[in-house]
Design a binder for this molecule. Structure first.
Ligand code: SAH
Ligand code: MG
Length: 215
């Protein structure tokens, strides 16, 4: 499809199927005003995240990389009111904006925000009950570690979803050898070959990997 029509079609799909909430619009405006990186998921991708969570009846969701809480609200957008989200973030300013957003959205009681390095926080989660969905979206250099640490936290039949798996095309650019790109390539290679999962890739925005943990 021609590039222009593709962009228009995405807008059309977004309008019909992926309208963000008022609080999500507020989060984007605040991210911009506070100088936070505008690297949140797109509405179409966010809707897909929410759809997958609801499709498997998720009751416990884990997010790695909260930023302003934008994707978190998508993750919770279609699941039952009793579903809970644990979300991990290293930056206190990001954590603070997300806390305000969760309060405005009326979901504070359903969201457990944890501040720190995800690798440490994931180790603590090993003692707690299993998750139905894990959404990876923090530092790319650590994605291979996150795959290892998150797999035992996920129930059989649960979904691992990972954002930015195209990494702006750098995964296929041989000249790109920075640690994030190397980490992302390694993650994709590991996930594709991982016998514990049936995985697929959705070429939405910057690439979304979706993998079902085998029974
Ligand atoms: N999921 C968000 C975007 C996350 S951006 C959305 O789509 O709305 C990535 C986030 O991961 C940033 O907020 C960054 O501060 C956080 N992060 C980076 N390194 C981290 C680490 N080692 N542990 C936890 N969070 C980390
Ligand atoms: Mg991302």
């Amino acid at each position: 499809m021609a590039g222009e029509r593709w962009a228009e079609s995405l807008e059309y799909a977004e309008e019909l199927f992926a309208a963000e909430s008022d609080v999500q619009g507020w989060i984007r405006a605040e991210m911009e005003a506070r100088g936070l990186p505008m690297i949140q998921v797109s509405p179409i991708e966010g809707r897909l995240l929410g759809f997958f969570c609801a499709a498997i009846g998720a009751r416990r969701i884990l997010e790695v990389g909260t930023l302003g809480g934008y994707s978190a609200l998508w993750l919770l957008s279609l699941v039952s009111e009793s579903a809970q989200l644990v979300t991990l973030e290293i930056d206190p300013d990001h954590e603070a904006l997300a806390a305000e957003a969760f309060s405005s959205a009326g979901v504070t009681g359903r969201v457990d925000q944890r501040l720190g390095a995800a690798i440490d926080l994931l180790q603590d989660l090993a003692e707690e009950s299993a998750f139905d969905v894990v959404f990876l979206d923090a530092d790319k250099v650590n994605y291979p570690r996150y795959l290892e640490l998150c797999t035992p936290l996920l129930r059989s039949g649960g979904l691992l979803m990972a954002d930015n798996v195209f990494w702006e095309g750098k995964v296929v650019d041989a000249a790109a050898t920075d640690p994030d790109t190397v980490g992302m390539r390694e993650f994709n290679r590991l996930l594709a070959a991982d016998r514990r999962y049936d995985a697929c890739m959705v070429p939405v925005r910057d690439g979304l990997a979706v993998a079902r943990k085998r029974d």
